[in-house]
Ligand binder design. Sequence first.
Ligand code: PGA
Length: 254
Amino acid sequence: MRTKVIAGNWKMNKDLAETSSLINDLKAKIGTGLGGVEVVICPPFTSLALASELLKGSPIKLGAQNMYYEDEGAFTGEISPKMLKSAGCTYVILGHSERRQIFGETNELINTKAKKALAAGLLPIICVGETLDEREKNITDQVITAQIKNVLKEIPAADLEKIIIAYEPVWAIGTGRNATPQQAEDVHRHIRKLIGQLYNWTVAEKLVIQYGGSVKPDNAAELLKQPDIDGALVGGACLKADSFHLIIDAANVV
Ligand code: PGA
């Protein structure tokens, strides 16, 4: 049995005061027990150190939304894996579609970042997903295959258990239009089979594959019930303690 992982991607939301109130609300709702679910919150860089303080003694883990791949130096505006570790991060989201689309990140860059994150002891949540145009052209599987092969290039089998793959169809992100449980399950199954071919079946069976794209309290349970959906990467619905908590609960029930 794979552990379900529910991660909240805050994106560019919440200043310090708002960070405190969301984390305090969440802690009050969750208490000390998460059941068998792993819960991660990914606030913006400016809130990480504060979040880490507030999460002391809580089972909620901390993640970042991005990083650069060098340890230090003349890279104005960038944040290193080492800095994320010292700010208290366990996870880092890499290759989110907004990074790919708005900031031009390529599979090659994401692969370099993933290797550096692993070397620094961070657990990467690597995002893949097709656009609406690609889905309508019926090339979803090919697009996902190419993304997975390239982002995982030269990453050894032993490191796969430290990696989460998040399948996030671009057309479902922030649109209120989630993939149906069956559409999501089909792609998750495809990803698991591909990992089985690229590595081996033991690795594939252990891999946590999250779904992301308009996950809400009212659709989370159906999505999480699918055999190959092992969690969710949640955007909009993680910005309120109520809705994020309901999604965590849904993961506990299925
Ligand atoms: P959404 O975002 O839940 O607002 O669609 C998901 C994501 O971008 O990770």
